[in-house]
Design a protein around this ligand. Structure first.
Ligand code: KG4
Ligand code: ZN
Length: 361
């Protein structure tokens, strides 16, 4: 087993949803390899992830991917100091595949096992690439297909949940709207591309207000409003013989939808940043790949005078490098998982923090 004197190389394994990924990260910062096998083709005909199919694909992909990630890093299993696996949240059948595989490696090689919260993985993707120290307190927005959560980080690796979605995640709304318009799966990148061509003012869509004043999000109302507009204006789904770029109604609806999503995310993030005196805004998760979101956030954050940091595009969507990087923090604390580790689909990053904080008040 490697010890802390030499570089620590962590093998990361991610399989929480529909991407299988394996990576090797050295000392929590240097990505030696990061391979992702996407299942988009498998789930495309259904317009969303089919859990049973996802687990089966993980099962056939995880072994070869781990072998390929080691080979790309120029390493063998004997060079690995620890294995980090995603424990949750996610689809249980999918999680169990990566987790079991990681456990077996840890057991066979006699190296520590590290359990990682997928959301912390997304947040660590920003730290992984940061060129200079990140100032805290920071507001961290995780926005993906399964989550839309806002955290206050008083310091690095300290998370307090401020708000989360009460219904659909932002990425989920993208995927559902795209499905309704016959655009394909995953909807985020498709709508993002189309939105750049459209008139965002054409369809007035509502920004959800949370009446109890919390920093929660809600996107199901927006999705319903988009469906209502399609009925009102008789916008029919794209036919197989049509090009989406040539459908002015769909392009304008994509632009209006995207503008509303980005505006909603910004309003909540901005108010949390001002209220908490944040010195940095971090944005991560699949939707952080969105072009308009990156531009608007960068521009608006400049106006309020604090930096906004994103991971690179390849680290925005699910990947195992972020899991290895998050595992490294646990490795340093010797916070190892036992071989009885099981998946936890409802891991709640930062929620204990809320309870702890209120006890101290
Ligand atoms: O983080 P991720 O890979 O998986 C989850 O943890 O959910 O995020 C996937 C989500 C999908 O809903 C996808 O449509 C969305 O991220 N997404 C985007 C873009 N690229 C991916 N949403 C908006 N704009 C994009 N460019
Ligand atoms: Zn994710």
């Amino acid at each position: 087993m490697s010890d802390t004197d030499g570089p620590i190389r962590i093998l990361g394994i991610e399989s929480s949803c529909d991407e299988t990924s394996a990576a090797v990260v050295e000392d929590g910062r240097h990505i030696l390899s990061n391979l992702v096998s996407s299942q988009d083709e498998t789930h495309r005909p259904y317009g969303g992830v089919v859990p049973e199919l996802a687990s089966r694909q993980h099962l056939s992909k995880v072994g070869p991917l781990v072998a390929a990630a080691l080979e790309k890093a120029g390493l063998s299993l004997g060079d690995i100091g620890s294995v980090a696996v995603t424990q949750g949240p996610g689809l249980v059948g999918s999680l169990l595949v990566g987790l079991s595989f990681g456990k077996s490696i840890a057991y066979a090689c006699g190296i520590p096992l590290l359990s990682v919260d997928h959301l912390e993985g997304h947040i660590r993707s920003v730290y992984l690439e940061a060129h200079r120290p990140i100032s805290h307190p920071a507001i961290s927005l995780v926005v993906s297909g399964g989550h839309t959560s806002l955290f206050l980080m008083e310091e690095e690796a300290n998370y307090r949940l401020l708000g989360k979605t009460r219904d659909d995640a932002a990425g989920e709304a993208y995927d559902k709207v795209a499905k309704h318009l016959g655009l394909g799966y995953p909807g985020g990148p498709i709508l993002d591309k189309l939105a750049a061509l459209g008139d965002a003012q054409r369809f007035p869509l509502p920004i959800a207000k949370i009446s109890d004043g919390s920093e929660d999000f809600s996107f199901s109302g927006l999705k319903t409003a988009v469906l209502r507009e399609t009925k009102r204006h008789e916008i029919v789904a794209l036919r197989p013989d049509e090009k989406a770029e040539n459908r002015r109604d769909i392009v304008d609806l994509a632009a209006s939808f995207q503008r509303t999503v980005v505006e909603t995310l910004w309003r909540r993030t901005d108010s949390a940043a001002r209220r908490t005196g944040a010195k940095t805004i971090l944005v991560s998760g699949g939707v952080a790949a969105n072009r308009e979101l990156r531009q608007r956030f960068a521009h608006l954050a400049q106006e309020i005078g604090i930096p906004v940091l994103f991971p690179s595009l390849s680290l925005s969507t699910d990947n195992a490098a972020m899991i290895a990087a998050a595992g490294y923090l646990k490795f340093l604390r010797k916070d190892y998982a036992g071989l009885d580790l099981t998946a936890d689909v409802e891991l709640r990053l930062g929620e204990q923090g809320v309870r702890r904080a209120s006890r101290h008040l």
